[in-house]
Structures are given as C-alpha cells and as structure tokens.
Design a protein around this ligand. Structure first.
Ligand SMILES: [Zn+2]
Length: 187
C-alpha cells in the first residue's frame, strides 16, 4: 500500500517529481510571511505585492428605498461612480441605457406561501355551569353517566380540555369518598 502524503504546494522551479516538504508561506516577491488563509487560497504573493486588485463595492439603489452593495472591480467602481456623478448633474436620473448597463438584476421577492387562517371560534361553556350540571348528573344517574356527559361535551367541542379535566377530577375524587364524606362535599 502506498502511503498518501499530505498535499504539498509546488515551488516555482522545483521538479514536480520531487515536491518540497515546505509549504510556501512567504511572498515570492518580497519574502514577507503570507497569512495561512491566503496560502490556502493559493496565493503566492502578499497583499502588498498582489497584482490582483482588491475588490471594491458599489451601492445600488434599485428603488428609492433599499440599497444593496454589489462587489465590483475597481475599474467598474470608477465607472459607476462616474455615472452616478453624471446622473446627479443631469438632474437625478441616469439615462436608461447606462442604467440598464450597470444595474444588477433586482432580487426577486420570494413569495411567501399564503397560509389560510380559518378563524374558528368555539363558544365553550363556562366551567361553573358544566360543573353544576355534572354534580346533578352524578347525583341522579351516577358516576359513569356524569363522565359520559363530559366526554360528549368535549367531543362536540362545547367544553375545553381544562374544564373537562377539572370536572373529571372532581367527580373521581368525590366518587372515591365514602357516602358520609360525599354528602358533605355535595351539599
Ligand atoms: Zn510581497
């Protein structure tokens, strides 16, 4: 098995067959140390010596509101600034042709999916009313019937879960009491 060696950059003038073990991290022009990220991007010159010009920025106003910055080369930037200055001179408007020439296509507004909100209002019965009715049913028809009554109200959305739970808790509690105690509670 051949052992894979880590990737090595070739030095200018070196033989490809014998790559050097040293990562070139010094500017080939002025011998200053180049930051790692620059080396990893494949640059061989420091920022000072680099022949690639730095990117400039131009601010685009597609409408009166909302501007965005478009990275452009220095030359383009100069041209754009020239056009902008001229635009100011002729009264705030660029000629259509130059505007079209330099304009960045406006980003398309992303249409949001319209979520239809159906406003469903349930008129839930008041807890106190349901509670009283529950007690009545419990007294007349017993525990099971009173629970059925609550289930039915909940299923048909006439009471909310809290009302149902509270009533069931009450019914279960009194049902576990003995007759004497129950009498006191239901009085
Ligand atoms: Zn340099």
């Amino acid at each position: 098995m051949v052992e894979q060696e880590p990737f090595k950059l070739l030095v200018q003038g070196s033989s490809p067959c014998a790559p050097t073990n040293v990562m070139i991290n010094k500017c080939i022009k002025c011998d200053t140390k180049i930051p790692d990220e620059r080396v990893h991007l494949g640059y061989r010159e420091c920022v000072e010596c680099s022949s690639i010009e730095a990117y400039s920025a131009h601010i685009v106003y597609p409408h009166k509101t909302g501007a965005y910055v478009q990275p452009v080369s220095q030359e383009t930037k100069n041209n754009l600034d020239r056009l902008d200055r001229r635009a100011v001179k002729v009264g705030g408007k660029m000629s259509n042709t130059s505007a079209r020439e330099w304009k960045f296509p406006e980003p398309k507004p992303q249409s949001k999916p319209i979520v239809k909100k159906e406003k469903v209002v349930f008129k839930h019965k008041k807890f106190s009313d349901v509670f009283v009715k529950c007690k009545d049913i419990y007294n007349q028809s017993g525990y099971d019937k009173s629970l059925e009554f609550l289930s039915e109200l909940f299923k048909t959305n006439k009471i909310n879960l809290t009302t149902k739970r509270n009533c069931v808790n009450f019914l279960t509690t009194i049902h576990m009491l003995n007759r004497k105690q129950r009498k006191l509670v239901l009085k």
